[in-house]
Design a protein around this ligand. Structure first.
Ligand code: FAD
Ligand code: NAI
Length: 467
């Protein structure tokens, strides 16, 4: 039987990063993955394929809607080849997954394919095609991730009533896609199919889309997506989803408790994700789950069993790839006797629609709830030279700073490339910058980043330069 210092169960961004960091720190490491490709949800059916389709559909939409204004004429009709778009996406995914395999080999990490389940707290069975092998591990890191959640009354047939996994590989553009849940997945994939020509209707239970983000972002994003033709029903509670042949009928109660009926040919259910521990046999090791089915961990991501840790989507907190990665690194370093720390307040959140939405720190709603006195500085993207040059004029940057100390408490942005711009805000907040600090830093001209400087000027002394 092979013996390891550390065994990692699950090869998503949490698991594979944990394995690399363990190996870097000199530990003999194994990683167990039930699928034949490494990379987990993120690489196979999450971040990477969704971004590939967002990019491809963006090009298509630009060719149809924006090339002409730039003086680019396409003789004849711009045509969509969905099969080729999907093939490109599949090839991006497979190259990225192969990259993870390369990293495992480079770091001399043993990769086991099969379902990992605890035999006891130091032994793991690995089952594949009816055969079982057992390894011994001094420490184990559970990184088994998450799966799409569903509503109890919806039957997911995975053909027309689908989750994100199926939506990433449709063989046709829906005529009318009804999206249940106006969160990240619903809006990103809704925008993909809207750009490809589908009618898209989003039904959201709460009173605004992306409800966990600052409400200024929800408002601006909904306004822009509406302009792009996406329809919204907020404060609307879906009651039933029925399929009859190719037709899907959705019944829901709107904000006035009046029943509405929507008909479409596809229904994307994107109401969140649930932690995944099926088949793990956590009980055999004595590992406790919490009331939401997540592996319960302390501040050191340690379970109730001393030598077993858990990270990523399967534990509390945001279900984000970079959060899982930070936790993977943290656990490896803890096992090696170091004293790492994660500031969860500084994990940014991004929605990769166009315009992109990005945020870090506290929202205005949170500051109000916590009774913190704050100042606000806002700057619209349309006032930037860079935005006018590209034509991407939608959006804004909003900075919230402590009323007395001027320390930046939250940065919220929507606009072109804000997914990348948010890194500046994370850096500033990591070093506990004041809004004035940001406002006095030189930002290259012309860039979208100038909006961050301008919003900081607005927050610190209410003196933006270009508005
Ligand atoms: P996962 O990536 O879910 O990996 C868990 C792995 O464990 C899986 O490969 C699974 O097969 C394996 N496994 C489970 N049980 C066992 C077992 N018993 N034995 C062996 N293997 C097992 N996040 C972002 O930050 N940015 C994005 O742009 C983004 N886009 C997304 C788009 C979509 C459509 C979806 C669905 C998600 C997206 N996410 C994004 C979320 C991101 O994918 C997850 O937060 C991230 O993958 C979590 O990483 P993880 O390592 O915890 O788990
Ligand atoms: P989500 O939590 O982002 O959004 C779910 C939405 O569904 C919420 O707005 C919620 O109010 C709504 N909802 C819940 N029940 C409902 C009901 N009965 N009827 C109508 N609406 C309902 O979850 P989503 O979009 O499924 O994504 C899952 C996870 O994947 C998220 O936690 C997210 O962090 C991650 N992800 C991250 C991405 C990114 O970072 N860009 C991209 C895609 C996914």
């Amino acid at each position: 039987m092979s013996t390891y210092d550390v065994a990692v169960i699950g090869s998503g961004p949490g698991g594979y990063v944990a394995a690399i960091r363990c190996a870097q720190l000199g530990m003999k490491t194994a990683i167990i993955e039930k699928y034949s490709t490494l990379g987990g949800t993120c690489l196979n059916v999450g971040c990477i394929p969704s971004k590939a389709l967002l990019d491809s559909s963006h090009h298509y939409h630009d060719a149809i809607a924006h090339f002409e204004e730039h003086g680019i004429e396409i003789p004849g009709e711009v045509k969509l080849n969905l099969e080729k778009m999907m093939e490109r996406k599949a090839s991006v995914v497979s190259q990225t997954c192969d990259g993870v395999k390369f990293l495992m080999d480079k770091n001399k990490i043993d990769v086991y394919e099969g379902v990992g389940s605890f035999k006891d707290k130091t032994h793991i069975n690995i089952d594949k095609d009816g055969e079982t092998q057992t390894i011994e591990a001094k420490k184990t890191i559970i990184a088994t991730g998450s799966k799409p959640a569903n509503l109890p009354f919806i039957e997911l047939d995975k053909e027309r009533v689908i989750t994100s996994t199926e939506a990433l590989k449709l063989k046709e553009v829906p005529k009318h896609m009804i999206v249940i849940g106006g969160g990240v997945i619903g809006l990103e994939l809704g925008q993909v199919y809207r750009r490809l020509g589908a009618e898209v209707t989003v039904v959201e239970f709460l009173d605004r889309i992306i409800p966990t983000m600052d409400s200024a972002l929800s408002k601006e994003l909904q306004k822009v997506l509406k302009k792009q033709g996406i329809k919204f029903h907020t404060s609307t509670k879906v009651k039933s989803v029925e399929r009859n042949g190719d037709e899907i009928t959705i019944k829901a109660d709107d904000k006035k408790d009046k029943e509405i009926e929507l008909k479409g040919d596809y229904c994307l259910v994107s109401v969140g994700r649930r932690p995944y521990t099926d088949g793990l046999n956590a009980e055999a090791a004595g590992v406790k789950l919490d009331d939401k089915g997540r592996v319960e961990v302390n501040d050191h991501l340690q379970t109730n069993v001393e030598n077993i840790y858990a990270i990523g989507d399967v534990v509390r907190g945001a279900m984000l790839a970079h959060k899982a990665e930070e936790e993977g690194t943290m656990v490896a370093e803890l096992i090696a006797g170091q004293k790492p720390h994660i500031d969860y307040n500084l994990i940014p959140g991004v929605v990769y629609t166009w315009p992109e939405v990005a945020a870090v720190g506290k929202t205005e709603e949170q500051l109000k709830e916590e009774g913190v006195k704050y100042k606000e500085g806002k700057f619209p993207m349309r006032a930037l030279g860079r935005s006018r040059a590209s034509g991407d004029i939608d959006g804004l940057v909003k900075i919230l700073a402590d009323e007395k100390t001027d320390e930046v408490l939250g940065v919220h942005m929507i606009g072109a490339r804000t997914a990348d711009l948010i890194a500046e805000a994370v850096t500033a907040m990591e070093f506990r910058a004041s809004a004035e600090d940001i406002s006095r830093m030189s930002h290259a001209h012309p860039t979208y980043a100038e909006a961050v400087k301008e919003a900081a000027l607005a927050a610190t002394e209410n003196r933006p330069l270009h508005i």
